[in-house]
Design a binder for this molecule. Structure first.
Ligand code: GAR
Length: 201
């Protein structure tokens, strides 16, 4: 069984989607065993508690730089035997130490069709604002492996979502989550867990 750690910074609707998929038996090879929040008081921690999953806060503010923060995160994850890390609305930049600690085993969900509207500065609602400002008619979500390039790792899954007349960033964000993110992320996790299982056979 692959032990999964989910990193969050906010509301945690993607975390909720993962935990619900797990409850329905859709992630047979994996188990979410830790949720780490980058700041205290985020709703994602309540969602973890509701599913009986350990949730902790490793506050970004308390660490002087990325390197120190990476080390703290690695310590928490490795000490629990976690081998797959999922960034589910995690708004903090991770450094090379973290990426090298989990090679090809860090997943990120991004709310656009990469390579559109991605890279530094493109996160959360900002992505949808830019998509609307550019006037695209189709957007979507991407799940990719994380490497040293921001939003530049190998793409695992993508799903397109229509932009509709009158969309606000909030309305579009919700549609992209419902139609794409909440489906793709659990699916990608299940895929990686299945791959691990095959490799260990
Ligand atoms: C999601 O839309 C996710 O794709 C995005 O933040 C939101 C988090 O929502 N992530 C990024 O923009 C990362 N670059 P959630 O906390 O409700 O899952």
């Amino acid at each position: 069984m692959v032990k999964i750690g989910v990193l969050v910074s906010g509301g945690g609707t993607n975390l909720q989607a993962i935990l619900e998929a797990q409850s329905r038996g859709e992630i047979p090879g994996g188990q979410v065993s830790l949720v780490i929040a980058s700041k205290p008081g985020v709703y994602a921690l309540e969602r973890a508690a509701n599913f009986g999953v350990e949730g902790i806060v490793v506050p970004r503010k308390e660490y002087p730089d990325t390197k120190a923060y990476d080390e703290a995160l690695i310590r928490e994850l490795k000490s629990r035997g976690i081998t797959l890390v999922v960034l589910a609305g995690f708004m903090t930049v991770l450094g090379p130490d973290f990426i090298q600690a989990f090679p090809d085993r860090i997943l990120n969900v991004h709310p656009s069709l990469i390579p559109a509207f991605c890279g530094e500065g493109y996160y959360g609602l900002r992505v949808h604002k830019e998509a609307l400002a550019r006037g695209v008619k189709v957007t979507g979500a991407t799940v990719h492996l994380v490497n040293e390039v921001c939003d530049g790792g190998p793409i695992l899954l993508q799903k397109a979502v229509e932009v509709l007349p009158g969309d606000t960033p909030e309305v579009l964000q919700r549609r992209v989550m419902e139609q794409a993110e909440w489906k793709l992320l659990p699916q990608a996790i299940a895929m990686i867990c299945e791959q691990e299982r095959k490799e260990q056979e």
